[in-house]
Write a protein that binds this ligand. Structure first.
Ligand code: ATP
Length: 234
């Protein structure tokens, strides 16, 4: 095993443990400050070595994104510039067809066989997990880090509740120790921002300033994305 990360030491326990990478997939149509803030929360108060942001080409369970993949990718790159632990990974954009997470995980496993991965999911996404393509296989490849969101009180589907039994852990350590299949809840800053709302605002002639990083806002405005009609300087 590649001794990439020194384990948190407790008592006489000293050793090396596997690298742990967070995988944060999404449409990022566009990336916004809540995506970035929750990822930073996980870096700051969790124990992952880095987070890969993975824009999908075609989301399997929803409408096609509003702007081209290259533009979503470019906005992501603008958004994370200056934060080396947030890494944009464009592997899903190179594949044809829907962007199935199970394929993405298989490609990571092949590329980095000794690294542990945890999938960062908002509670809204996790609640749908049992509808994902080959969803039971996901737990062979990765852990699940659920970022709790305000609507978390809603019940989970029974199938998912049953699947959860015995998987939940409150220990970061167990995500490095075990190869895959654990579920960890992580509190994150609650920001009521969504890409849908941003797209609606822009289409209605309103601004997205302060909801997205300044560089992303400049790019949206300069390129008239999402029907934005606000002039330079606005
Ligand atoms: P849309 O409104 O188009 O559905 P979105 O804002 O939810 O987009 P996505 O790109 O679909 O963004 O989401 C990627 C991931 O980010 C998902 O796991 C989602 O749960 C999470 N996420 C999105 N917005 C927030 C938020 N405000 N707080 C925490 N997590 C979020």
């Amino acid at each position: 095993m590649r001794p990439v990360s020194r384990a948190r030491q407790s008592g006489s326990e000293i050793g090396f443990m596997a690298q742990l990478i967070g995988l944060f997939g999404g449409t990022f149509d566009p990336v916004h400050n809540a995506h970035l803030r929750v990822a930073l929360d996980v870096l700051e108060t969790g124990d992952v070595d880095e987070i890969r942001l993975l824009p999908c080409r075609l989301p399997p369970h929803r409408d096609a994104p509003s702007v081209a993949a290259e533009q979503r990718l470019h906005m992501l790159r603008l958004a994370v510039s200056g934060e080396p632990r947030l890494v944009v990974d464009d592997r899903e954009l190179g594949r044809d067809g829907p962007s199935y997470t199970v394929d993405t995980l298989a490609s990571f496993r092949q590329q980095m066989p000794d690294t542990r991965f945890c999938l960062l999911l908002g509670m809204d996404n996790f609640r749908d997990l049992n509808r994902w393509h080959r969803w039971r296989e996901l737990s062979h490849y990765c852990h699940f880090l659920i970022m709790d969101r305000p609507e978390q009180g809603l019940p989970l589907p029974d199938e998912l509740e049953r699947w959860l039994v015995g998987r939940e852990t409150g220990q970061w350590r167990s995500l490095r120790k075990n190869s895959a299949g654990r579920v960890f809840h992580h509190p994150v800053t609650q920001l009521d921002i969504s890409a849908t709302d941003i797209r609606h605002r822009l289409a209605a002639g309103r601004s997205a300033r302060y909801l997205v990083p300044d560089a992303v806002w400049d790019y949206i405005r300069d390129n008239g994305l999402y029907g934005c009609t606000i002039d330079a300087g606005g």
